[in-house]
Design a protein around this ligand. Structure first.
Ligand code: ADP
Ligand code: ZN
Length: 213
């Protein structure tokens, strides 16, 4: 099964993707994670990517499609979860073509709906474990009091450079201008399932489970 998690920054795509990986043996493909890795590579491409991301703008279609293309060649056991990709109509068309070329298709697109005020609150409160990537939130899921990650025991936590008010405003703008048209695109294809992303992590996971059957 191949699915897309679609939604604005902070909708909880990464958190739900990680659960699906554990529960259904799927492979998470997060272009955000891949790009964060690329920016530490010390290459010219990494430097450009870092600048674009920190502003809250989208990286070029060419770069992200290339990253996804590389990963699709690998083994995919229970299927792929596309997290943060596609983000433009060009990327959506490219993904359809790539999957076709690999003899597979998309099974569902899960739209995670969250209101804007909640997004801003979530993102500015967000941190992750520096080792395993477990996501914490200062308000709803604080870092454990003993300072150790509940998932892996590590004690280094990070905040993203683009999780500040200015970049967030730009990321939201990019989402509404370039990514939200994908909701109509996948609705028309008959692939869209919408879940309420505002609930508890468990409740959202249950809704996604139901949508996937
Ligand atoms: P979030 O969903 O919280 O904004 P991501 O980790 O998915 O975070 O993405 C962070 C940044 O990486 C984006 O703001 C953008 O600059 C870049 N990025 C990630 N995925 C894509 C994509 N598919 N196309 C273009 N840029 C992307
Ligand atoms: Zn951890």
């Amino acid at each position: 099964m191949n699915i897309i998690l679609l939604g604005p920054p902070g909708a909880g795509k990464g958190t739900q993707a990680r659960r699906l990986v554990d529960e259904r043996d799927m492979t998470q493909l997060s272009t955000g994670d891949m790009l964060r890795e690329a920016r530490t590579s010390g290459t010219e491409m990494g430097r450009v990517v870092a600048e674009v991301m920190d502003r809250g703008d989208l990286v070029t279609d060419e770069i992200v499609i290339g990253l996804i293309e590389e990963k699709l060649n690998g083994d995919h056991g229970g299927g792929f979860i596309f997290d943060g990709f596609p983000r433009t109509l060009t990327q959506a068309d490219a993904l359809g073509e790539l999957l076709k070329r690999h003899g597979t298709t998309l099974d569902a697109v899960i739209e995670m709906k969250v209101d804007d005020a909640a997004l801003v609150e979530r993102i500015t409160a967000r941190s992750t474990c520096g080792e395993c990537g477990e996501v914490y939130n200062d308000i709803t899921k604080p870092q454990p009091a003993d300072g150790k990650c509940a998932n892996c025991g590590a004690s280094n936590f990070k905040r993203r450079a683009d999780d500040n008010a200015d970049s967030l405003k730009q990321r939201l703008m990019e989402y509404y201008k370039k990514t939200s048209p994908l909701i109509g695109y996948y609705y028309a294809k008959g692939d869209l399932k919408t879940v309420d992303g505002l609930g508890e992590i468990e409740d959202v996971a249950a809704e996604i489970g139901k949508a996937l059957g």
